[in-house]
Ligand binder design. Structure first.
Ligand SMILES: [Zn+2]
Length: 214
């Protein structure tokens, strides 16, 4: 039985998405994505949704107080159902981490997926994108059967500008600077587990299951 919630920290390309999907499949843990919740609120035209839509349309980021509120509601709802969850993309700042702490939210571990920059650069440089149907392919793990064309609509595949090596390096630097304080914050609380994400996915999953299952 999974008996701990997870907070995920990791660079873009460190495999958080794949690892989360895998854990959801293998256990009854649920992923909480703030982006998904925003979209749901907007779609349902809730009071909050309407507010979020205005902010997003103006090109601004959704402020902490709104994001915090949404995460809080979702966590309380899942705890009522006795479900364990993965937080991905939250907290992004110390301010948000302190908010989480204030909720008496203790039953969690922080999993930091650590990965070498050149591995990320390789992973992201293998990513190809169909501008028509928006599908994402990967040369090693999900290659288009008609590469370099989309296997659905035969459109020529492209690489996203921010997946180019120079752009990736920049993203990694930004990420590291932003996340470093969170890593230290959770290390001080003895909540941090660093997982080597340069390895095969099965090994990564096994290590995480050892941490969250009793
Ligand atoms: Zn396509």
């Amino acid at each position: 039985m999974v008996n701990k919630n997870i907070i995920f920290l990791g660079m873009p390309g460190s495999g958080k998405g794949t690892v989360s999907a895998n854990l959801e499949k293998k256990t009854n843990i649920v992923q909480i994505s703030t982006g998904d919740i925003f979209r749901e609120e907007i779609k349902n035209k809730t009071k909050l949704g309407i507010e979020i839509q205005k902010i997003v349309e103006s090109g601004s980021y959704v402020p902490d107080n709104i994001t915090n509120e949404i995460v809080k509601n979702k966590i309380f709802a899942l705890e009522k159902e006795n479900k364990k969850f993965i937080l991905d993309g939250f907290p992004r700042t110390i301010h948000q981490a302190q908010f989480l702490d204030g909720l008496n939210f203790n039953n969690y571990v922080v999993i930091y997926l650590s990965i070498d920059a050149d591995v990320v650069i390789k992973r992201l440089s293998e990513r190809f994108f169909c501008p028509k149907c928006k599908r994402t392919y990967n040369l090693s793990s999900f290659r288009s059967k008609k590469h370099p064309y989309c296997e659905i609509d035969e459109t020529q595949l492209i690489q996203r500008a921010d997946d180019q090596p120079e752009a990736v390096k920049k993203r990694l630097d930004v990420y590291e600077n932003q996340t470093k304080p969170l890593i230290d914050f959770y290390k001080d609380k003895n909540k941090l587990f660093t997982i080597d994400s340069n390895r095969n996915i099965d090994l990564i999953i096994k290590d995480i299951l050892d941490i969250i299952i009793d």
